[in-house]
Design a protein around this ligand. Structure first.
Ligand SMILES: [Zn+2]
Ligand SMILES: [Zn+2]
Length: 391
C-alpha cells in the first residue's frame, strides 16, 4: 500500500479529538440524532461526497465515488448515545442532563468522518466507491434495520462491510478481530404465568403463580447447563420477576422477563424451544398456564473468514503481529444486520483509559476512552477500506 495512513491519521489527531468532544458534549438518543446527523452531513458534503439524509429516520449515507470501476465498501459508524447521567467530571462532559456518550459512538462517528477526509482527496485513484453509513439507534438495536428498510443496501449494493468499536477493556494498541461469531444474537422474552389468586392464609384455595414462576426460573437454568452443547455459547438470564403487591394476597399472575444470547441460530432455536417446553409444562404440572413471548433484538455479528484473512496482514503491519486478539462478547450489536447480507469484519479497537481512577465498563456513568485510540482506529479503518479500493 502506497499511502501512509498511520502518519496521515496522526496528523488529523487534533481534529478527531475535537469532533469527538463536540459529539460528546451533545449526546442524542436513538432516532433523535438530528444535530449529529447535521454535522455529519455537512462535513461529508464539504468533502464532496454525495450525501443522503433521513435514511432510517436520522441516518446519513455519504458516497465517495472513485474514478475507476471496482467494489463498493460499506463503512458503518453508529451515532447514538445512552440515557445515562454522566459522572466523569471531564471538561467536555455531556451538556444534556441524563444523556451521555457512554459507549464510544462519539468516537466512531469522528473516526468515520476522518476516514472520509483521508480518502476524499484520493478519488482519482479509488477503484469503486466507499459508502459511509452513519447509523442511528444502535443502542436499541433498531437503527440498522431502519436503514435497510430505507434501501441502504441498494444503489449501490455493497460488496464488503467494515466497522469498528472502541473497546475500553482492551489496552491501546491492541485490536480484537476474531474469526466467525464475535458478538451475540439477542432476543428478549416475557413469560406470563396465570394461576388463581386468593387469600395467602388459604393457599389450598388458590393456584399460586409465584411458586410456579420460581420453579420455571430455576428450570430455565438447565437449558445452558444441560441442553446446549458445552462447546456452544449461550446465555439465558431472567432479569425481572413481577408478581403481587401485598403480604397477604396470592396474585392472579406472575410475569418473568429476560434476555437470551447466542452465536448460532441453531442454538437460538434449541434455547427458545426448550424455554417453551419448560415454561408450559411446569405450568401444567402446577395447574397454571404459561405464555412465552419472544422478541428478536439483534442477529449475531459474524466476521467473514476471507475478509478477516485479507485484513489481518494489513493490521499486523500497523500494530505488530502479537497485538491482534480473538475477542468475543455476548454483548449485542446491530451491525450484524449489514454483515449477514454482505461479508465483512467488525473489529474492537483497544481504548483503555490508563489515567482513569478505576475501570468503568461501557454504559457506565464514568465510562471514558483513551483518545489516542481515535487516530489509531482511523489508521486501521482507512487501511482496511484502502485494501479493497486502492491499488
Ligand atoms: Zn453500547
Ligand atoms: Zn456501542
Amino acid at each position: 500500500m502506497a499511502t501512509d495512513f498511520v502518519g496521515q491519521a496522526q496528523a488529523l489527531r487534533e481534529r478527531l479529538i475535537e469532533r469527538r468532544r463536540d459529539f460528546h458534549r451533545h449526546p442524542e438518543l436513538a432516532f433523535e440524532e438530528e444535530r449529529t446527523a447535521g454535522v455529519v452531513a455537512n462535513t461529508l458534503t464539504n468533502l464532496g461526497l454525495e450525501v443522503q439524509t433521513g435514511i432510517g429516520k436520522t441516518g446519513v449515507v455519504g458516497i465517495l465515488e472513485g474514478d475507476q470501476p471496482g467494489l463498493t465498501v460499506l463503512v458503518r459508524a453508529d451515532m447514538d448515545a445512552l440515557p445515562v447521567r454522566e459522572d466523569t467530571g471531564a471538561a467536555y462532559s455531556s451538556e444534556i442532563s441524563g444523556k451521555m456518550h457512554a459507549c464510544g459512538h462519539d468516537g466512531h462517528t469522528s473516526i468515520a468522518l476522518g476516514a472520509a477526509e483521508l480518502l476524499a482527496p484520493l478519488r482519482d485513484q479509488i477503484r469503486g466507491r466507499i459508502k459511509f453509513v452513519f447509523q442511528p439507534a444502535e443502542e436499541i438495536g433498531q437503527g440498522a434495520d431502519a436503514m435497510v428498510a430505507d434501501g441502504v443496501m441498494n444503489d449501490p449494493a455493497p460488496d464488503v462491510t467494515v466497522g469498528l468499536h472502541l473497546w475500553n477493556s482492551l489496552p491501546l494498541g491492541v485490536v480484537g478481530m476474531a474469526d466467525g461469531p464475535i458478538m451475540a444474537g439477542a432476543l428478549t422474552f416475557n413469560i406470563t404465568i396465570r394461576g388463581r389468586g386468593g387469600h395467602a392464609a388459604s393457599p389450598h384455595q388458590t393456584i399460586d403463580p409465584v411458586v410456579c414462576a420460581a420453579q420455571i426460573v430455576t428450570a430455565l437454568q438447565t437449558i445452558v447447563s444441560r441442553n446446549a452443547d458445552p462447546f456452544d455459547s449461550a446465555v439465558v438470564s431472567v432479569t425481572c420477576i413481577d408478581a403481587g403487591e401485598a403480604y397477604n394476597v396470592i396474585p392472579q399472575a406472575a410475569e418473568l422477563k429476560g434476555t437470551v444470547r447466542y452465536f448460532r441460530n441453531e442454538v437460538r432455536d434449541l434455547v427458545t424451544s426448550r424455554m417453551r417446553q419448560i415454561a408450559e409444562n411446569i405450568a401444567l404440572a402446577m395447574n397454571c398456564t404459561a405464555e412465552v413471548n419472544l422478541s428478536p433484538m439483534t442477529k449475531p455479528v459474524v466476521n467473514n473468514s476471507a475478509v478477516r484473512e485479507r485484513l489481518l496482514p494489513v493490521f499486523e503491519n500497523i500494530l505488530g503481529a502479537d497485538k491482534i486478539e480473538a475477542i468475543r462478547t455476548m454483548g449485542a450489536e446491530d451491525v450484524g444486520v449489514f454483515m449477514t447480507e454482505v461479508p465483512g469484519v467488525y473489529f474492537f479497537v483497544g481504548a483503555k483509559d490508563e489515567t482513569a481512577d478505576s475501570y468503568y465498563p461501557h454504559h457506565h456513568p464514568r465510562f471514558t476512552i483513551n483518545e489516542e485510540a481515535l487516530p489509531l482506529g482511523l489508521a486501521l479503518l482507512t487501511s482496511a477500506i484502502a485494501e479493497y479500493v486502492l491499488p
